[in-house]
Design a protein around this ligand. Structure first.
Ligand SMILES: NC(=O)c1ccc[n+]([C@@H]2O[C@H](COP(=O)([O-])OP(=O)(O)OC[C@H]3O[C@@H](n4cnc5c(N)ncnc54)[C@H](O)[C@@H]3O)[C@@H](O)[C@H]2O)c1
Length: 667
């Protein structure tokens, strides 16, 4: 019997066994995972997988799932992937009793869209392992639950598994998501391999497992803000970055945003990439302006760009260490330097050592891994030395959350501060995003227009810009620049062609800005000017994430190894009106290294939505500012005191600061 899209969603697990599917082993497939289970555990994994299906299919499916486990290290249940096209459809196309549930379906679909997701067949959205679900049965059941749920029920999801619909209330979230929540002693990387293979946990990364990924726009925006502020730190006020150099490396998944961001920030970006295919891909996409293959031409082109005060991005196909060393000889001053090679995985292709060809490195890494490791460490020492020579001349260098300083220090590079505890250079959160954005509450507010119409997105861009322009008139000096950056960003967003998948946008705003923009959207929806809008954020933010080497690396009272803030955030958001909330172990920096949470909220133009957005966005930002101010962060103290003046119901505990001389002679 032919079923339309709605009927297929409503049926959940099909009544008849669908035909077996085979998929080409193309580049979009997830990497094969470790075969880590004992034979007893393998049986348990099959038993676990079969509990989604009627007994009459068990014999066939047991053999098939055993095969998947053997080949891929996981059971994805490929046979159950539906045949309809998965993408963010207009809201009304979803079969649902609750509009909020339909909005969640739309966001799930956006995260699994072939054009958006990294490995859609394996339900992986980004980051190699950022899963929306562990398998297709979980997907089918979840969509079915969402299609029948009312506004007085909540769906509880355990790492992709829909535990079920529970009676709740109209004010409760429609969905509560947890991903990878482990007993702390079972949170090592191999624990993820094992319990994910058993089908009982998953790595949700950040926005993948919380249905909030909107394609590469988020990373372009974050990188733009970072590069702009890096220049701002070093340039006299009023001077623009035009004709000034930003040198970095990597044109891969995330790092590929650097030249585009450099162009938006308005500097000369030089980005080294050893893999010619990766460099060409970014060139073909229009994310980098020029490709250069030999270092002499690079030197000549850069000298011209400096002389002419150009804004241009250049991909150099070669090793970044060559540039650092050659520019020193040529006396080419580098204003801002960083690195986005994948040093979180240095021995398996994350970092290519200088002096070896790309092919030779690939051979060594698989055939002689010990020698390859030595070469990587030699290269890191050279790399750090060259950077040190430039910074001695005034270059501003920062670590971009890729473990460059950590791995360089492990290689014995001259990268430590005189106190032998800290690194000589700051991380981008310690120096830039922490004090300049997060501590003031500026973070990644995003929205999706559920009509799917580009005109709606244009209208929301305009609304957001109008709100920010009005706010900046009376904003204190401390935050004016942040607002200005985001006004420019939103003004140019359409021109920069950032949309992939749903009609979505991101910008950074503080609590007041996020709330005012959302309220203005809600009014426009009520007036019938635009369709409903989903608001949310990524987890690289003020309050949602405890991550001691990234989001909370600028917390210095010892509490950066705690995760109370992220837990309070998800609980606090959940009873203040979020449509769905999520909390995850892992994301960005690795399993066991971070706890991060997020939310989504449907704005439908109702007065209730107005109440919800104001209450929830206020807490979602100020929770983190309160914590950062208790950690004595100056900018956060400023921000929370300002908020208390504005909001009578807010009373936050303020730290008393101790005079250093009292502590000096105590121990
Ligand atoms: N903190 C953040 O906001 C943030 C954002 C993005 C990425 N990152 C980190 O940056 C790193 C890169 O992420 P990605 O997704 O782009 O990874 P990726 O592996 O897709 O890209 C890295 C690129 O670097 C190239 N490369 C390696 N060694 C090189 C060398 N010596 N010279 C020139 N090129 C070299 C590789 O060929 C590869 O294409 C990761 O460690 C990631 O965690 C952090």
């Amino acid at each position: 019997m032919h079923m339309d899209f709605k009927q297929q969603i409503q049926q959940g697990i099909p009544l008849e066994l669908p035909p077996e599917k085979s998929y080409p082993l193309d580049a979009n497939r997830a990497p094969r995972r470790k075969n880590i289970l004992t034979s007893e555990e393998q049986q348990l994994a099959i038993r676990n997988a079969l509990r989604y299906f009627p007994q009459k299919w068990h014999e066939i499916l047991a053999a098939e799932f055993a095969n998947e486990l053997n080949i891929f290290g996981r059971i994805y249940m490929y046979r159950f992937k539906p045949d309809y096209k998965i993408y963010a459809r207009p809201l009304e196309e979803y079969p649902a009793k609750s509009k909020q549930a339909a909005a969640i379906m739309l966001m799930i679909h956006n995260n699994l869209d072939n054009a958006v997701a990294q490995h859609p067949e394996e339900l992986i959205t980004y980051g190699g392992n950022g899963a929306v679900f562990q398998n297709w049965a979980q997907y089918l059941l979840t969509m079915q639950y969402l299609s029948v749920m009312t506004d007085e029920q909540t769906l509880h999801m355990y790492s992709g598994h829909p535990m079920g619909l529970f009676p709740s209330s109209i004010n409760a979230p429609r969905v509560v998501v947890t991903n990878g929540m482990m007993i702390p002693n079972y949170s090592k990387p191999n624990d993820w391999e094992k319990y994910n293979a058993l089908g009982v946990t998953q790595y949700g990364q950040m926005t993948a497992g919380s249905f909030m990924y909107i394609g590469p726009q988020g990373i372009v925006h974050g990188t733009t803000i970072t590069v702009m502020n890096a220049f701002r730190k070093i340039l006299p006020s009023g001077e623009t970055p035009a004709g000034k150099i930003f040198l970095t490396a990597g044109l891969g998944g995330m790092s590929g945003a650097q030249p585009k961001a450099g162009n938006i920030a308005g500097c000369i970006t030089i980005c080294a990439e050893v893999n010619p295919k990766a460099a060409r891909k970014r060139f073909d996409q229009g994310w980098v302006d020029i490709l250069i293959e030999d270092i002499d031409s690079l030197v000549a082109r850069v000298i011209t760009a400096k002389e002419k005060n150009e804004v241009v991005s250049i991909a150099f196909i070669g090793n970044v260490v060559e540039i650092w060393e050659r520019f020193e000889k040529e006396n080419i001053f580098i204003h801002v330097g960083s690195d986005q090679t994948s040093l979180h995985i240095p021995w398996t292709g994350g970092y290519y050592p200088v002096g070896l060809s790309y092919e030779e490195s690939n051979r060594l890494m698989s055939e002689e891994p010990e020698i390859f490791k030595e070469k990587v460490q030699d290269s890191l020492r050279r790399h750090a030395n060259a950077i040190n020579h430039h910074t001695a001349r005034g270059t501003y260098f920062f670590d971009y959350g890729n473990a460059f300083l950590l791995e360089a220090s492990r290689a014995g590079a001259n990268i430590m501060d005189e106190n032998k505890i800290d690194f000589r250079y700051p991380s981008y959160v310690q120096d830039i995003l922490g004090p300049m954005c997060f501590d003031y509450g500026f973070g990644p507010f995003r929205w999706v227009c559920t009509s799917g119409n580009a005109e709606d997105l244009d209208k929301t861009d305009q609304i957001a810009m109008d709100v920010l322009q009005k706010m900046i008139e009376n904003a204190p000096e401390e935050i004016k620049l942040q607002m200005q950056d985001n006004i420019i960003w939103i003004r140019d967003a359409q021109k920069n062609k950032l949309v992939v998948g749903s009609q979505a946008r991101i910008l950074y705003a503080d609590a007041e800005g996020r709330s005012k923009i959302a309220a203005a959207f809600n009014e426009a929806i009520a007036a019938g000017e635009i369709g409903p809008v989903v608001i949310g954020r990524d987890h690289h933010d003020v309050s949602g994430t405890d991550s001691p080497y990234r989001e909370t690396s600028n917390i210095y009272d010892g509490s950066k190894y705690t995760a109370d803030m992220a837990m309070h955030n998800v609980i606090g958001d959940s009873f203040r009106g979020a449509t769905w909330v999520s909390i995850h172990n892992g994301g960005g920096v690795g399993w066991g290294e971070v706890i991060n949470g997020g939310f989504g909220m449907l704005l439908d133009g109702s007065p209730e939505a107005d109440v919800r957005l104001k209450s929830m966005l206020f807490y979602d930002v100020n929770n983190g500012i309160a914590r950062r101010s208790w950690a004595r962060n100056e900018e956060a103290l400023f921000a929370i005191k300002r908020e208390m003046e504005r909001t009578p119901g807010l009373k936050v505990t303020i730290p008393n600061l101790v005079d250093d001389t009292i502590l000096k002679n105590l121990f």
